[in-house]
Every structure is written in C-alpha cells, then in structure tokens.
Design a protein around this ligand. Structure first.
Ligand code: PEP
Length: 246
C-alpha cells in the first residue's frame, strides 16, 4: 500500500500563490513518486489547481464538502460539485470543522457516505482532545467517532487520519509510540467491523508533522501517510515530508 501524504492548506493562498506553489512542486516531484501526494487548496483555487495538476502524479483534494447534491445551502459546495472539478479526496470531520463550525458525528457520517456516492475518497479525521487523553479516554473517543461515521458500512475507498486535536497547529506532535498504538487499534477496529476490507484502508497521522519529525511517524508499520497543515504551505517542506515516507 503506497503512503498518502496530503497537504491541507486550510484558509491560505491566493490564486497566484497557488499557481506559484504548484509550479514549484511539479518541478520537485518525479513522474512516478514513491508515495502518493495530494494537495487540498481553498475552494477559490480548486479549479485552477485542477488544471495545473492534470496529467501529474499529484491528486487534487478538497478540505470540505456538503453531502447534499444541490439546493438551498448558501455558501456551501457539494461533493457532487467537487467531483465535477476532478477532485479525488475530500477531508471529512477535521477537528477545526467539528470545533469551530459545530459539525456533529452524524453530519460527518453523511459526508463520508456522500463522498462515496460521488466517487470521492473521504479522509475521515478522528482524534481526542488533551483533556480526553489525560483522562485515559483517547480510544473511547476515537472509537465513537469511527462508529458514528462508518456505522452503516464501508462502501468505498477510505483514508483515516488520526489527528490528536492538541497536536494540530501547535508544534507539539504526538509521541510516535502513541500514534502507532492508536493506529493499531483503528486497524483492529476496521478489520473487526469490515473484515478484509478494513485492511485496505490507509491510516495517516496528522498533527505538527514537519520535515524534521516526519520520518518518526512515517516509518511506523501501521501508519501509511500524513495529513499535513502548516508545514505543507511551502512546496519544498511538503516534498521533504513526502520523501520521509518513501
Ligand atoms: C491539519 O490541519 O490537519 C494539521 C495536521 O495541521 P498541522 O500540520 O499544522 O498540525
């Protein structure tokens, strides 16, 4: 299984900055890279990014998507519209969306289902807060997020990003041993629920991954990639992280 290293730009970059970034990244990445790469620009730059990445080994991803196909949802962009742009991956249940925008596990489940309906691969984000970890409840929280998002079944390709909330954007990553342990539990849960299908799910680690620490996570046997925020905003740094997964 090839690792997937994903660049979540969050609310960063203009159209011009997107073009400059992708041109630079395309110079760095060989035609058949040893890992799979995906970039997740803001909605405003998705179409242009799709044009620039056409025919390249770098996949296009979206940071969010609404589960309804179309309708009166002012300000939203649907999974159906994303698929129309050539988007391949969509992040579902990122902790920033859960916390800042009040997204519930039930809504995340709808997104995952809709992503499959329109041929996209969801990257389902799960992870505990620091209070929950300190209370020894990390697995309980992650298991609940998995159960509620995937309770209906596994109906398409899936990536799970284990992202401890306290490690996102803080510069303080999880201990690699803790990430490995959580990934093992996630894998066991997936295989327990979905049998053989669970083996095909890639499990990423996310939370303050940088070129300097990427190898510590990406060498772990149960981790098949990384979801990278801050350190993915520079193409050189993103590519250095991808190389650590190779
Ligand atoms: C993220 O946004 O998913 C993330 C992991 O951010 P950062 O790498 O900045 O911690």
């Amino acid at each position: 299984m090839k690792s997937l290293v994903a660049a979540n730009w969050k609310m960063h970059k203009t159209l011009k900055e997107t073009e400059d970034y992708l041109r630079r990244l395309l110079e760095l990445v060989p035609p058949d890279p040893p890992v799979e790469l995906a970039v997740f620009p803001p909605f405003t730059a998705l179409a242009r990014a799709g044009e620039l990445l056409l025919g390249s080994p770098i996949a296009l991803g979206a940071q969010n998507g609404h589960p309804e196909r179309e309708g009166a949802f002012t300000g939203e962009v649907s999974m159906y519209q994303l698929a129309d742009l050539g988007v391949r991956y969509v992040i579902c249940g990122h902790s920033e969306r859960r916390k800042i925008f009040g997204e519930t596990d039930e809504f995340v489940a709808k997104k995952v289902r809709a992503a499959w309906n329109y041929g996209l691969t969801p990257i389902l984000c799960v992870g505990e807060t620091l209070v929950e970890r300190r209370a020894g409840r990390a697995w309980e929280v992650v298991e609940k997020q998995l159960s509620l998002a995937l309770g209906d079944g596994l109906f398409g390709p899936l990536v799970i990003a284990y992202e401890p909330v306290w490690a996102i954007g803080t510069g303080v990553p999880a201990h690699p041993q803790d990430a490995q342990e959580m990934a093992q539990r996630i894998r066991a849960w997936l295989c327990g629920r979905f049998g053989k299908l669970g083996e095909g799910v890639r499990i990423q680690y996310g939370g303050s991954v940088k070129p300097e620490n990427a190898h510590e996570f990406l060498k772990l046997p149960e981790i098949q990639g990384a979801l990278v925020g801050g350190a993915s905003l520079d193409p050189q740094s993103f590519w250095a992280i991808a190389l650590a997964a190779a």
